[in-house]
Design a protein around this ligand. Sequence first.
Ligand SMILES: [Zn+2]
Length: 498
Amino acid sequence: MRFLLAQFQQESNSFSPVSGTMSMFENNCLMTGEEILPYFAGTRTEMGGFIKALREINAEIIPSVAASSVSCGPVNDQVCEYVLSRIAEDIDRAGSVDCLLLCLHGAMLLESQWDGTGWFLERLRQGLKPGTLIACTLDFHANLTEKTLRNSDILVGYKTYPHIDLVETGYKAARIAVRTLRGECKPVMKMHKLPMILNSEASQTDSYPMNVMIKHANEVEEREDVISASVFQVQPWLNVKDTGCSCLVITDDSEDKAEDYSSELAGHFWELRHEFRFELTPVSYAIQKAIENKNSFPVIFADSADGTGSGSPGDSTAILSELLAGNRMLKTYLSVVDPETVVAAIETGIGNTGSFLIGGKIDRIHGKPVWVTGKVKTLSDGVFVLKGPQSTGKICDMGRTAVIQAGEIYIVVMENSVNNWDPALYRSLGLEPMDARIVVVKSPAAFRAAYADISQEACIVDTPGASSANLSSLPFDKVTRPMYPFDDFDYEVKPQTL
Ligand SMILES: [Zn+2]
């Protein structure tokens, strides 16, 4: 059996001002051919899971391309064409392949296509010999579409958020593909898509109510003839006509069961919709909470509205401005993406003080730059390794990075956007989160697992941004209505034909 392995992963946010350019991928992960296996083998990634499953059966592996970017706006078509051409060339060179094992996100937009994932799969399918299997892993935040379903054979989603089961998901998808090729099963997929979107802040799979949905999906998976059951909480910042949470069931050759079970899961999901509640904390209240905090650990401020893992640019100054305005002398760590200020800090030099116009230059809708007088404490190449349970071992590259100290506020200014949910980011710059009173992360929920040993005290702060949990604050004008939570309506869950 011959498997081609590829990764093309990006979560798009319709409201992000940042384009998914080739350099966004180069800054995160873009490799081809023989580089791939040594890089991913043994890692807790989907590719790591693919490789493990295929090596167990001594299958032939063709590593083609691995491209992933931090979340941002729609991906440039040029990047998609590059990935497609690499895969096509590798298939040509190999003569034929039995299966494409793809590691995707599932909520990728292209500049020219609102359904980027579906369109990518359709293009791939067109170039394949009939009978070639397409098996994919998808993020829990994938937006499943009809086109995605029509142009793939096996889709398996993560069952965790924060996402800590990547390797298991990859292994599972590969094993289903192997069994299918051996004739041991015949996957039939059905999804039920719901007219609802949910905030990520209240969708962690280890707590109510999402834990109930995952338990239900696991129960379905135990049933006779069921191969896989996935629940997708679609990332909510997709301003496209066909968005929504979905449930997907793969059975062994039973359309009826796949339809019934995916509808059963969707019905349960719909019933729970009002339970996904959480509170946003005004920044001033959150600061007061940090002032009153008598514990030895910090209060985590989750600036999820500027979440770099949710497509926002990471250059918000909302918290910084409030701290400066109130002259709050609490030891605070925060991060801002701002290449211009990095250059200014390098020119100023370590140990010297300067005035810097920080942040608010990329997202000009939700924030503005602020003047800060501070000392350049640290300059770094900005490379660090994630140590938390999500994406453990992943190398992150902030580009050139400076720490500017303004009183008790330590501002990490970086050239490239990276995920700020792991204490490794601050530690790589000599800033120990345990020593701070406020630590700002740019994440709705993934930080909870990574910061669990440091602090359980967290506020989702009410800041403006392209990934705001206050969905009504964003200009959703392309989404098919009615849509929960924007509209109050009844929805009858009955089997769909998808
Ligand atoms: Zn996700």
